[in-house]
Design a protein around this ligand. Structure first.
Ligand code: DGP
Length: 116
């Protein structure tokens, strides 16, 4: 756990969240500012600041994070129609919270990914 990391506090249960799934390694909860009808964040409970900080030793945990994201999509009933997964990374990636999180967005056609 990293001091002053809001997602570590959410993972520890000291800040409430709209939990949709949890196991011993990951937590999935509703984004506070949803940008799609379904917008969930899936985080590892262990603090890693950004995707670029992932090391070889984290491979299995990152695989688990992504596999559980697909599980959450099925739980929420959006897998068949499809969804978008985004991991914003550092400043130019638009990352605001420096604890790795997978955005799972769904619930309507989301359109082209990038505005030009
Ligand atoms: P990013 O820009 O990729 O770092 O996205 C961070 C997301 O986290 C953003 O969509 C809003 C969400 N968020 C920030 N603080 C909280 C919080 O305290 N609770 C919840 N549920 N979501 C949060």
């Amino acid at each position: 756990m990293s001091d002053n990391c809001i997602f570590c506090k959410i993972a520890a249960g000291t800040i409430p969240c709209g939990k949709v799934y949890e196991d011993d390694q990951v937590l999935a909860f509703r984004d506070i500012h949803p940008q799609a009808p379904v917008h969930v964040l899936v985080i590892p409970k262990r603090h890693i600041a950004t995707l670029d900080d992932v090391q070889e030793v984290d491979r299995a945990d990152m695989g688990h994070l992504l596999e559980r994201t697909t599980h959450v999509a099925r739980l929420l009933g959006v897998a068949e129609d499809g969804y978008r997964v985004i991991v914003n990374t550092r400043k130019h990636g638009g990352q605001e919270v420096y604890h790795i999180h997978v955005h799972l967005m769904a619930g309507k056609p989301l359109g082209p990914m990038l505005s030009r």
